[in-house]
Design a protein. Structure first.
Length: 187
């Protein structure tokens, strides 16, 4: 039979050729040809960007300003705290003149000597009452009798007197800059 025989052609077309099992060839991974990706270095905090420098500078300036404020406030309150400590530790039965001297020393820490040191009697009471708001003056009305009875013989300091003076100092000291300038212009 020849290859051109029509019967062979039909047979060749109708019968598929047997498939031979593929021999195991080594698997070729196409990804193996690629190299690993090189990741960039992580972003560093240093050097800082301009915004961080500005923020750091502002925070430092605020901390310095707060430190200066606290230091100045402590310095302003030092005379008041010392006067209150000395008044509270003043022996009961002491002379009212000693209590008045401590009160004047507290005010001398905040006002000029010429304005406070020479005051006594009605002038001293007027000075003390002008440090209070008008609504607070009735609360410290016993201060008037204290000022008038300073030189009475046999008069001694009571706990009530000490409490009155301590409450008064807590109310009026330290003197604000506005109060001080208004007082200086008034005199």
């Amino acid at each position: 039979m020849s290859a051109a025989d029509p019967q062979n052609i039909n047979q060749a077309v109708s019968t598929p050729a047997p498939v031979q099992p593929a021999q195991a060839q080594p698997a070729h991974d196409p990804m193996a040809a690629f190299k690993d990706l090189q990741m960039p270095d992580p972003v560093s905090w240093w050097p800082l960007a301009w915004g961080w420098w500005i923020l750091t500078t502002l925070v430092l300036l605020l901390l310095i300003a707060a430190g200066i404020y606290v230091y100045r406030r402590q310095q302003r309150l030092k005379a008041k705290k010392q006067a209150i400590y000395l008044i509270e530790n003043l022996a009961e039965g002491s002379s009212p003149i000693e209590l008045n001297t401590l009160l004047k020393q507290a005010f001398l820490s905040y006002y000029p000597r010429a304005q406070v040191a020479s005051l006594s009697g009605q002038a001293w009471f007027d000075f003390l009452s002008t440090q209070l708001q008008p609504s607070e003056q009735t609360e410290f009305e016993p201060l008037k009798t204290f000022c008038y009875n300073l030189y009475q013989p046999g008069k001694s300091v009571t706990n009530q007197d000490k409490q009155l003076i301590v409450a008064y100092l807590n109310k009026v000291l330290p003197v604000s800059a506005q109060t001080f300038t208004a007082e200086a212009q008034h005199v």
